[in-house]
Ligand binder design. Structure first.
Ligand code: ATR
Length: 279
């Protein structure tokens, strides 16, 4: 029941109305019996968003696209790991003091760890905020990283940061064949898509040439709408092990819930809540 003691939690992003975070967090508040509610706010200014958080005593917030980096300037403290990654996706409000954390990085690594990351060749598609967190985690686990990205500048910068190699996704005129060959020259063990390519409504799009998928590869997509992306469908056809986008999404949300409440939420319940939102 919502009453005058209900605590408010929020997600700040733009766009944000496609987000499944309200589904997983509200289901978890209900299950754990906490008097709290989680709402989505589409904002254009993260500074104003955080001021509102202080003024209305919003107890915790998820930060999503495009504010994961800019939010850092508005916080009172930032956890060391988030500082190293260079992005914050979680804020805790303790008596008006705002603390920032990153739960994306560990969430990306958790489903990959059982398969082993050390000395594996890991190709990360993309170089944005999500790629930064994923790359940091893979780097810490001693994987060998290839960054495959559309724009040269951010791709090369990320590759330099984590001692990796950069391959451009957009070759200059008449270089298409050469670039594709460059991907084919590497025996990729783990492939991770961190771009929005393949996301609804452009669900037929594919960020990686199918001909370079092979059955020994683990293929992970962080896109969770649709759950089975075109990339994952192609990978399954080739016999690859696949990890869908809900995995990382649920792990990052569960870690947020624990940071805010001190309670470990039910992962299966979160997954069911996220999927039921599609019906
Ligand atoms: P996020 O914080 O979710 O990672 P982002 O910082 O906007 O979002 O980064 C999105 C990434 O997806 C970028 O690497 C972007 O490529 P550019 O660096 O060239 O912009 C990549 N991306 C987005 N749309 C893409 C598309 N249609 N084709 C290829 N790459 C795309």
């Amino acid at each position: 029941m919502i009453d005058s003691n209900t605590s408010l939690y929020a997600i700040f992003g733009n766009p944000v109305h496609h987000s499944k975070s309200p589904l997983i967090h509200n289901a978890s508040f209900k299950k754990t019996g906490l008097n709290a509610v989680y709402l989505a706010f589409e904002i254009s200014d993260i500074s104003k968003g955080l001021n509102t958080m202080r003024n209305l005593n919003i107890k915790g917030a998820s930060i999503t696209l495009p504010f994961k980096v800019d939010v850092m300037e508005e916080l009172d403290t930032i956890d060391d790991k988030a500082l190293q990654i260079g992005a914050v996706n979680t804020v805790i409000n303790k008596n008006g003091i705002l603390h920032g954390y990153n739960t994306d990085c560990a969430a990306a690594i958790t489903p990959l760890k059982p398969m082993g990351i050390q000395n594996k060749t890991v190709c990360i598609i993309g170089a944005g905020g999500a790629a930064q967190a994923v790359a940091h985690g893979i780097f810490k686990e001693k994987g060998n990283i290839i960054i495959l990205n559309r724009s040269q500048k951010s791709g090369q910068a990320l590759a330099d940061k984590i001692n990796g190699q950069f391959i451009s996704m957009t070759p200059k005129k008449n270089q298409k064949i050469k670039k594709e060959k460059e991907i084919g020259e590497h025996r990729i063990d783990i492939l991770i898509n961190t771009t929005s390519v393949g996301m609804f409504p452009k669900a037929k799009a594919q960020p990686f040439p199918s001909k370079y998928l092979h059955s020994d590869m683990v293929v992970m997509d962080i896109v969770y709408n649709p759950i089975k992306t075109q990339l994952l469908m192609e990978a399954q056809k080739k016999g690859c092990k696949t990890i869908d986008g809900l995995s990382m999404f649920i792990y990052q949300g569960a870690a947020q819930f624990e940071l805010w409440t001190g309670i470990t939420p039910d992962l299966a319940l979160m997954r069911t809540a996220a999927i039921s939102g599609d019906k």
